[in-house]
Design a binder for this molecule. Sequence first.
Ligand SMILES: C[S@@+](CC[C@H](N)C(=O)[O-])C[C@H]1O[C@@H](n2cnc3c(N)ncnc32)[C@H](O)[C@@H]1O
Length: 271
Amino acid sequence: MPMDTEHRLDATEIKACCALTYQSDAARLLLGDSFHPGGIRLTEHLGALLHLEPGQRVLDVASGQGRSAIALAQRYSCQVLGIEYGAEAVQQATQAAVEANIAHLVTFQQGDAEHLPVPDNHFDAVICECAFCTFPDKTTAAAEFQRVLKPAGQLGLSDLTRTDEIPEDLQGLLAWIACIADAQPVDAYVRYLTEAGLTITMLENHDAALQEMVQQIQGKLLGAELLQRLQKIKLPASFDLEQAKKLARAAKAAIQANTFGYIALLASKVN
Ligand SMILES: C[S@@+](CC[C@H](N)C(=O)[O-])C[C@H]1O[C@@H](n2cnc3c(N)ncnc32)[C@H](O)[C@@H]1O
């Protein structure tokens, strides 16, 4: 696992740390409710590519604050279950579904992508957005996608990609949690899914969405710094603004150098 020796965490610690970070106020401040490049626009695009229909069962793996699950249920009237490692995020997502009057179609449950608490052959579609790259055991997670899909069911996945080795500035713990340090080359995503028994049917480039997201984060970090100086907000003590700015700068440079990108793909379960 490419963690530096100072921050060598085991798989459970990585998942817990990732979940804690994404359910924090700081994450929402920087990212809004939708924690992936392209936001709900890209989620709805995936839904259209998956040909989601009313009554279909959809699983959102690593559902975060629940925005994608809610948007898909609203748009396609499908039944969506979100599985998320962070217990607090599950509560927040459940509350958001109630507030959006869609709790009859969307539910959330705490669980691990590597051991999904759902039966075999159960879902018409599985989505997983900007999360596969954070799973320590990608082989097992890919096998879980395959297990829970019905025959002919489809996976819609979007994730961060890399072309070269990851620059040193982006290899620490914060980078790992921000999905950066274990981003995979496109071929590796294809290999994990293919080896799990899925067939890739579509690949799209969404690098521009990643660039836009990092620019927005940089703008929000500057805004947060200004508001903090003016004593209009108090950032959580655990939030290291300087470290976050450094990470965002390094990420922007890596995107400009085409080291990082963002893809969406579809894969189907043949039998
Ligand atoms: C970048 S966020 C993406 C959240 C959501 N998919 C979205 O696009 O808004 C990554 C999410 O993966 C969750 N996560 C990380 N490891 C997980 C695991 N092993 N099982 C389930 N969720 C996990 C984190 O808690 C976090 O909510």
